[in-house]
Design a protein around this ligand. Structure first.
Ligand code: ZN
Length: 489
């Protein structure tokens, strides 16, 4: 099948035909987490969205080098150049070494990503592991005259840069129109303009994470790490840079500025941004008490949830919206996603027992084309999923003999659905996951106890066991061959 993949490029503000710089190789960089707390729903969206990009590009035959960083130094509390380092603050409160905080939350982030079946990136560099590269990049910017020193810290001169280049080309902001917020914040007094951002900050005596540099004992600015690690692993100009829309300004805008200031050209061909998740229609935030961590969703321990959700339900829920649309999270929406995904898997399993005919009454091959067309159109997963729902309806109709498919059609569907659901959309069969050996053994034990109760005519206990299992969505049916159990959806 011929693929004409189109990607919406934030920089150009339109969809463009995807043409990698050096095919079949594709370089992709996505901003990773700052590891000072557990990942929440806001982390799941970019991870899953760019996992689809990664999986689909690989499926199309590209050799993708996917870099997703871990921010472990230099990201200050208010996302600007002031306040305390987020990781250092956590370390201070918990009385830990900062790298203990980093390791603990990186491990937990990885656990969450594995649960969501997000593929590991090809390289996962840390900011603290690339101080030398960051210092070298600053030196280039200084040499070209776009940085100035102030009290041992180094700032990027946005006003000077904007005279030659366009600071705001990605976000569409114009610095002339942005109100100069006066020097109300601590540390701003060091800057010539409030737009300027730190490349290197001199560490104050209380700061525990610091490194030597030609300018002062200090630490790198947050925007710098992605520029330094992107160019180290993907080159001066690479294909795709992704991240959440909240990173567009000033983070990605500043990455463009740093690259141009260092080497006089843009760093990235296609900029991709995923939209945000809202919770019951509201912006997610700690102050609104609707800040939901992934562990809370997987365990069902948040007040807004009535049950625990399988990580695959979260993945499917995210894929049901296009990555550039907002996505509203609610308990009801998750329940609907759970049901919808089960319908697709039920149809997939039905293929094993579907009646076949000599002639088909419906053309199912067209669904493959439709699903690929959807993904070729800027990774439109909701449209692809809508086609899959249509297909599952047909499979059900064949099952009750309202439609006919040939044996070859059924083979084709098995292969297509397996590829599309598991490899490309990255879903895992929830039923199979839950039917792990330990669950099967536990169920055997429980059903044996029930059997013994029945033999002793203790029907109260037998019914009690069955009802309790029903409460956790496991249904037991007594058949001639003995009790059979399954998950209900
Ligand atoms: Zn970044």
């Amino acid at each position: 099948m011929e693929h004409q993949l189109h990607i919406y490029n934030t920089l150009m503000r339109k969809k463009e035909l995807f043409e990698p710089i050096a095919p079949p190789h594709v370089g992709m960089y996505v901003c990773g987490p700052t590891v000072y707390g557990d990942a929440h729903l806001g982390h799941a969206r970019p991870a899953v969205s760019f996992d689809i990009v990664f999986r689909y590009l690989k499926h199309l035959g590209y050799k993708v080098r996917y870099v997703r960083n871990i921010t472990d130094v230099g990201h200050l509390e208010n996302d600007a150049d002031d306040g305390e380092d987020k990781i250092q603050k956590k370390a201070r409160i918990e009385q830990l070494e900062p790298m203990e905080v980093v390791k603990y939350f990186t491990d937990r982030y990885h656990q969450n990503m594995d649960a969501l079946n997000v593929l590991h990136p090809s390289i996962e560099p840390t900011a603290s592991g690339h101080i030398i590269e960051q210092i070298e990049l600053i030196k280039k910017i200084v040499k070209n005259g776009y940085a100035y020193q102030s009290n041992g810290s180094l700032y990027f001169d946005v006003v000077k840069y904007n005279k030659k280049y366009n600071y705001g080309k990605l976000s569409g902001r114009r610095i002339e129109e942005l109100k100069q917020n006066t020097r109300e914040l601590a540390g701003q007094v060091e800057k010539k303009s409030s737009f300027d951002f730190a490349l290197w900050k001199k560490a104050d005596p209380k700061h525990i994470m610091h490194w030597p540099s030609p300018w002062s004992e200090g630490f790198p600015g947050w925007h710098l790490e992605c520029s330094a690690m992107g160019r180290k692993y993907l080159g001066d100009t690479f294909d795709i840079h992704g991240g959440g829309m909240d990173l567009l300004f000033p983070h990605h805008e500043s990455e463009i500025a740093q690259a141009n200031a260092a080497s006089s050209h843009d760093p990235v061909k296609y900029w991709m941004h995923n939209n945000m998740i809202t919770i019951n229609g509201q912006k997610m935030g700690k102050s609104l008490c609707n800040f939901i961590t992934l562990y809370e969703v997987f365990n069902g321990t948040h007040a807004l949830l009535t049950q625990a959700y399988n990580p695959m339900t979260i993945r499917f829920f995210i894929l049901q919206a296009h990555y550039r649309s907002t996505l509203d999270f609610s308990n009801d929406a998750l329940k609907a996603a759970e049901k919808g995904m089960a319908r697709l898997f039920d149809a997939y399993h039905l293929l094993n027992e579907l009646p076949v005919a000599d002639n088909a009454t419906v053309d199912v091959k067209v669904f493959e084309q439709k699903c690929y067309e959807a993904l070729d159109d800027d990774f439109n997963t909701p449209v692809a999923i809508a086609h899959l729902f249509e297909l599952s309806k047909i499979i059900n109709q064949v099952n009750i003999r309202q439609q006919k498919l040939t044996k070859e059609d059924v083979y084709f569907l098995k292969y297509f659905l397996k590829t599309f659901l598991f490899d490309i959309l990255g879903l895992q069969n929830v039923e199979q996951t839950d039917n792990s050996e330990i669950v099967v053994n536990l169920m055997q034990t429980i059903l044996n106890i029930r059997k013994e109760a029945k033999i002793k005519k203790d029907f109260e206990t037998a019914d009690h066991i069955r009802n309790e299992l029903a409460n956790i969505h496991i249904v037991v049916k007594d058949t001639k061959e003995g009790p059979k159990w399954s998950f209900t959806k």
